[in-house]
Design a protein around this ligand. Structure first.
Ligand SMILES: [Zn+2]
Length: 439
């Protein structure tokens, strides 16, 4: 039998494909053709069945699907560490909003998104669901890096450097979406900032647009207890009930944080099939609270993981979010079996993909899906011995173990080196803005 020609064959010590569930394959290979996974099979069989233009051997590695960062504000990387140890509203009002009012511009967003995108790729993130002003600038940065992304068409009622009112935000965001219509990696979502910054009229408009244009809706919900009290005072109902009454709850909706939920809220989210973006580090650091993740997962909803922005995290590191999500779920549910290692990885991959409506393309290593991949090195004295690869991913290794990353079968990181941008350029961008923001 003549071997089938493929573009790339990656042979790995361990592969965790995420689908089927809880499986770890040893000494397997992934054959890739035209950016898609052709097959996943034992190395010996792969060598006889395929002739590859390039073969990459990862003998001391674990290969997983690329990670999906389900909630980020990439450009906020320029404000990393600008203000810490404050609760959400003081942090926003005293530090973040004044800095944005003074500095936010297309150049700020492009440079911040380049830094963020490089950090994410280096840590194994291959898809980013982002929300910020000037999405055109984020698209340009992510396009240069070759990062897969869903960019928010941000809607907020108050004016900024970017837009004057809700209609202006929508018009500008939709024009950006139109400009990137044929891009293979950049997609868009409607991104009303939060129930407390968006009016009923705008929500109704967004609901209609989401249906017409077939777009996800990316929104912060129930992040703090104060947000719910304010909604009860102003609208006589909890934010999730208000969104439900406005017709916004559906499988399109990605509710970010969802920290303060009562049983009624969880029932509504489950009934409408909404997705959740859990951001454990941001929630802990701002002392917002602990989301009831075990209860949400038990309903069968897609619960992905997000870093939030580097201004509130302060890293864009999904390996750490998996670790935090697993430990926080165990602590809050008083159940050591809550969010086991495979489940944490599934949240950061397949659940994120489902939330974005992209699970036919990414999120697991099923043949036919895009070859978005992350390889982690395991041959270090603080890593071995290794008995269960999935356990090491969540409880031992960190993002510094990431060695190689592919998106659509194209290398983005090789042996820890980014291929699309140099460290020298990234450092000069970071220093430029550090000087500007420090003044
Ligand atoms: Zn956020």
């Amino acid at each position: 039998m003549t071997p089938t020609q493929v573009d790339l064959l990656i042979e790995a010590r361990y592969i965790i494909p995420v689908e089927p569930r809880d499986v770890t394959l040893e000494h397997h290979a992934i054959a890739i053709r035209n950016g898609r996974i052709e097959a996943l099979l034992p190395i010996d069989e792969a060598r006889s069945r395929y002739s590859a233009a390039e073969t990459v051997r990862l003998p001391e590695h674990i290969l997983t699907p690329g990670l999906v960062n389900l909630h980020c504000h990439a450009a906020m990387s320029l404000m990393r560490g600008l203000a810490d140890d404050l609760p959400l509203m003081r942090w926003l009002q005293e530090a973040i909003w004044p800095t944005e009012a003074q500095h936010a511009s297309p150049a700020f967003v492009r440079d911040g998104s380049l830094l963020a995108g490089a950090e994410m790729l280096r840590g194994g993130i291959t898809t980013c669901n982002d929300m910020y002003f000037f999405p055109q600038a984020t698209a340009e940065a992510f396009d240069r890096l070759g990062l897969r992304a869903v960019l928010g068409i941000t809607v907020i009622e108050f004016p900024s450097q970017y837009a004057s009112d809700a209609d202006d935000y929508l018009a500008k965001g939709l024009a950006t979406r139109e400009a990137w219509r044929d891009d293979p990696l950049i997609r868009f979502a409607l991104a009303p900032h939060a129930p407390y910054t968006v009016s009923n009229r705008s929500f109704e408009h967004i609901g209609t647009l989401a249906e017409e244009l077939d777009l996800p809706i990316h929104i912060h919900i129930h992040e703090t207890a104060e947000e719910i009290e304010a909604s009860l005072r102003e609208h006589g109902k909890r934010p999730i009930q208000r969104l439900d009454d406005l017709g916004l709850l559906s499988p399109r909706l990605i509710g970010v944080h969802a920290v303060h939920l009562d049983n009624g809220d969880i029932e509504r989210l489950a009934r409408q099939g909404c997705a959740i973006a859990h951001c454990p580090t941001s929630n802990m650091k701002l002392a917002s609270g602990a989301a009831p993740i075990k209860a949400l997962l038990d309903t069968g909803l897609a619960v992905g993981l997000g870093s939030d922005g580097a201004a509130s995290n302060n890293r864009l590191d999904l390996w750490r979010e998996m670790h935090q999500a697993s430990l926080l779920a165990k602590l809050t549910s008083q159940d050591a079996s809550a969010v086991p290692a495979h489940e944490a990885l599934r949240m950061a991959t397949l659940h994120g993909a489902r939330a974005l409506g992209l699970d036919d393309t990414i999120g697991s290593l099923l043949p036919g899906k895009a070859a978005d991949l992350c390889a982690m090195r395991i041959d270090a004295p603080d890593t071995l011995p290794l008995y269960q690869a999935a356990s090491h991913l969540i409880y031992v290794l960190g993002r510094h173990a990431v060695s190689d990353v592919w998106i659509n079968g194209q290398a983005r990181l090789r042996n820890g080196e980014l291929l699309q941008i140099s460290n020298t350029e990234l450092l000069s961008i970071a220093r430029l803005w550090q000087n500007k923001l420090r003044q």
